[in-house]
Design a protein around this ligand. Structure first.
Ligand code: C2O
Length: 549
């Protein structure tokens, strides 16, 4: 079976076209869905304010969409890409052209498939350079490299999602972690399947780190070298130097590393950050090399030290160091205060074959929710339903606060202590154009507390505060001066995060946990942002080639 997506983009007038892929990893050969035959996929190189046009032709047997993670999509919601939210999937043999402008955006982001778990192999980096003549606000690096962290599965990821959902239980761990698609020497048959950066002694490198994994957050570190974070989620930060970083799926970070150690071969390692209890996970680190010119290729590499898998403090220390480079842009007044809980649930078993279908905790089926409502995908895209006023696909009654307040971290949402059920629905929250929003994201311990990487489409937001336990407005400390401006926030395990944004981009915007398993289980919600009254405040018509369901 040939699996193939052809992606063409036309920037500087040069169409690129390639095809796909049978690959061998971990001594196992299989077909994977790729873009242009590449794994990881091709890099989208662009410049601030560029118009990007990407024609995606689906030559794989699966439904596909591509999401441009972190791109603001100003007035181009139709090109955002989440399936059944802004478009129906591109069916096998069909094409769709994404078109958007990188309004005031620069730095590193990622694109990825947004259907089923296809992101497992369908992902790549987006690199946006500042405009010609505009320097970086840090020492110009000698060279730059893209480092994409991923998870590799021997099983077909679309079948895997189906099987996991049908079982009612949790997902198996990935078969390997990968750095730029390579697992490295800790894995079977992978001694020579390792990524390597050649280092000129004394030079400074810019590493563009991207986490494209499915279901895990990850630590990353380099033996004997420190990293200086200069950008997170495509926004400059004050330089912050650290031994290790943590990236959740969907997060990106630019770091500077200087080759200031003795000539040698150093490991770069990617390992798990698992904050939940009792969940099996891949614990073998992926290894790549940071190798000085002059080092013997046969020399042993110095090992990189990673925090232990449950080191919450290591995560907090990096978060504490993230500050926007510039101050003074945070909304001070708030028009709409929102409070969403995020967490897992167990639903009662309704299957006639519980052994097969109710393998969750207490013989139930696993679910996840925001404000204890598990998101159900509609049958057609919400944006089309909203735009064309098609009834029956969604409701506009997502609650702005939990329907019931209780001890979120230590309690349960329902009266009977063993009842951890959520409601289900395709509920949206409607915002008037220009609304200044504050949203508290509160982790729950209904099943297990966990650090959830929550991503908002179409916006970046200021992370004005975070902490452990239940959010308490009396004691919460906020930074309204220079908080980081992100598109994905790892809400602390058993804790909360407060984010602020101005709803200045009309459309239908998905917000969800960037663990694919949690998204499949319903840890998602939708904002509808209405058109404004002024010029350039109205969402244009849908493109003519918008796929049909
Ligand atoms: Cu990167 Cu809706 O996701």
């Amino acid at each position: 079976m040939q699996l193939l997506i052809v992606l063409l983009w036309f920037r500087h007038g040069t169409p690129e076209q390639v095809q796909t892929t049978r690959i061998t990893k971990l001594c196992n050969t299989k077909d994977i869905v790729t873009v242009n035959g590449m794994y990881p996929g091709p890099v989208v190189y662009a410049q601030e304010d560029d118009r990007v046009i990407v024609k995606v032709t689906n030559e794989s047997p699966y439904n596909v969409t591509i999401h441009w993670h972190g791109i603001r999509q100003m007035l181009s919601c139709w090109s955002d890409g989440p399936s059944y939210i802004t478009q129906c999937p591109i069916q096998a043999g069909q094409s769709f052209t994404y078109e958007f402008t990188l309004v005031k955006q620069k730095g590193t982001l990622l694109w990825h498939a947004h259907v089923s778990w296809l992101r497992g192999t369908v992902y790549g980096a987006i690199v946006m350079y500042p405009k010609a003549g505009v320097p970086y606000p840090f020492t110009y690096p000698y060279k730059e490299h893209i480092i994409i962290l991923g998870e590799y599965w021997l099983k077909d990821v679309v079948q895997l999602e189906k099987a996991v959902l049908a079982s009612g239980g949790g997902p198996p761990p990935a078969d390997a972690f990968t750095i730029n698609g390579h697992p490295g020497p800790n894995y079977n048959c992978s001694n020579n399947d390792a990524y390597k950066i050649d280092v000129v002694p004394g030079k400074t490198y810019l590493l563009r780190l991207v986490n494209a994994g499915l279901n895990m957050e990850n630590f990353f570190s380099i033996a004997n070298h420190r990293m200086t974070i200069v950008e997170a989620d495509g926004e400059y930060t004050k330089p912050f130097t650290t031994d290790r970083v943590m990236l959740g799926p969907g997060q990106t970070m630019n770091v500077l590393v200087t080759g200031d150690q003795s000539i040698g071969k150093y490991s770069m390692a990617m390992g798990p950050y698992m904050s939940a209890q009792g969940i099996p996970f891949q614990n073998i680190s992926a290894i790549a090399y940071f190798q000085y010119l002059g080092a013997l290729p046969t020399s042993l590499s110095l090992p990189a030290r990673l925090p232990s898998f449950n080191d919450n403090l290591a995560v907090k220390m990096v978060m504490d160091g993230l500050r926007s480079l510039k101050s003074g842009h945070v909304p001070k007044e708030i028009d709409q205060n929102l409070y969403y809980t995020i967490g897992l649930n167990v639903q009662q078993c309704h299957s006639p074959t519980p052994q097969q279908n109710c393998q969750g905790l207490n013989n139930g089926t696993m679910a996840a929710s925001m404000n204890n409502i598990s998101f159900v995908k509609p049958k057609i895209s919400l944006l089309e339903a909203y735009y064309n006023r098609i009834n029956g696909q969604f409701t506009e009654d997502f609650p702005g606060v939990p329907l019931k307040f209780y001890d979120f971290v230590n309690g349960a949402p329902n009266n009977s202590p063993n009842n951890t059920q959520s409601m289900i629905g395709t509920r949206t929250f409607v915002l008037e154009y220009g609304t200044r929003v504050q949203l508290i994201l509160q982790d729950t311990g209904t099943v297990s507390t966990e650090n959830h990487p929550i991503h908002l489409h179409g916006y970046s937001f200021y992370v004005v505060g975070y902490g452990s336990g239940n959010y308490n407005p009396q004691t919460a400390q906020f930074n309204l001066v220079d908080p980081p401006y992100l598109n994905t926030i790892g809400v602390p395990v058993g804790g909360w995060a407060a984010i602020r944004f101005v709803a200045d981009n009309p459309g239908v915007w998905f917000m969800h946990c960037h663990f694919d398993i949690h998204l499949s289980w319903g840890l998602a919600s939708v904002f509808i942002v209405k058109n404004g009254k002024g010029e350039l405040e109205t969402l244009p018509h849908p493109p003519a080639d918008l796929p049909r369901c």
